[in-house]
Design a protein around this ligand. Structure first.
Ligand code: AMP
Length: 192
């Protein structure tokens, strides 16, 4: 069983790489952003709540996000392992994930972070916004707010996992294949 947190600021390429790596290593990919977007599309109660935060580039409250993540994990009892994409984003979420996995005699094995400069992120997100249909990618103010929220609330998780010797930084600039290779060299340590 391998539990890997794929980390990095918005636009670092987590979603693209997770889609490739889940096939390569036969892992379940859980993207909290995707689950929220699915709920928004289907106009569920969770979707309506999440939308009010996501449209402004703010984080959805921890309690709601943690409960949603746990239920996604529970849906995949037979998984060989997970790639967590976009979760945890706060220390409270990291602690909740640890405690939750502990109930299953598991832990986070590694945080693998895609490192990309801010101005490249803004450029990538605005470019993606032209075709993704994502409201939070289309507006520069919201894009910059998401990066600010990342630094204010999420970036501290690097320290959190570094203290446990679980942090692995990877250069997130290059071709998709090059970046997959860099990530794979870390994944290979944790997955047979
Ligand atoms: P993402 O698809 O990961 O870029 O997430 C898009 C948006 O979904 C974020 O800007 C947040 O509003 C919300 N979101 C996704 N994951 C989380 C999380 N772990 N905690 C709080 N909000 C989240």
């Amino acid at each position: 069983m391998a539990n890997i947190v794929l980390f990095g600021p918005p636009g670092a390429g987590k979603g693209t790489q997770a889609e490739i790596l889940k096939e390569k290593y036969n892992l379940v990919h859980i993207s909290t952003g995707d689950v929220f977007r699915y709920n928004i599309k289907n106009e569920t109660e969770l979707g309506n709540l999440a939308k009010s935060y996501m449209d402004k580039g703010q984080l959805v409250p921890d309690e709601v996000t943690i409960a949603m993540l746990q239920s996604e994990v529970e849906k995949n009892e037979d998984a060989k392992g997970f790639i967590f994409d976009g979760f945890p984003r706060t220390e409270a979420q990291a602690v909740a994930l640890k405690n939750f996995l502990e109930t299953k005699d598991q832990d986070v094995d590694a945080m693998v972070a895609l490192e990309v400069e801010d101005e490249v992120l803004v450029e990538r997100l605005l470019e993606r916004g032209k075709t993704s249909g994502r409201k939070d990618d289309a507006n520069e103010e919201v894009v910059r707010n998401r990066i600010k929220v990342y630094y204010n609330e999420t970036a501290i998780l690097k320290d959190y996992y570094e203290k446990q010797d679980k942090y692995y930084g990877v250069d997130g600039v290059g071709s998709i294949e090059e970046i997959t290779d860099r990530l794979s060299s870390v994944f290979n340590h944790f997955i047979d």
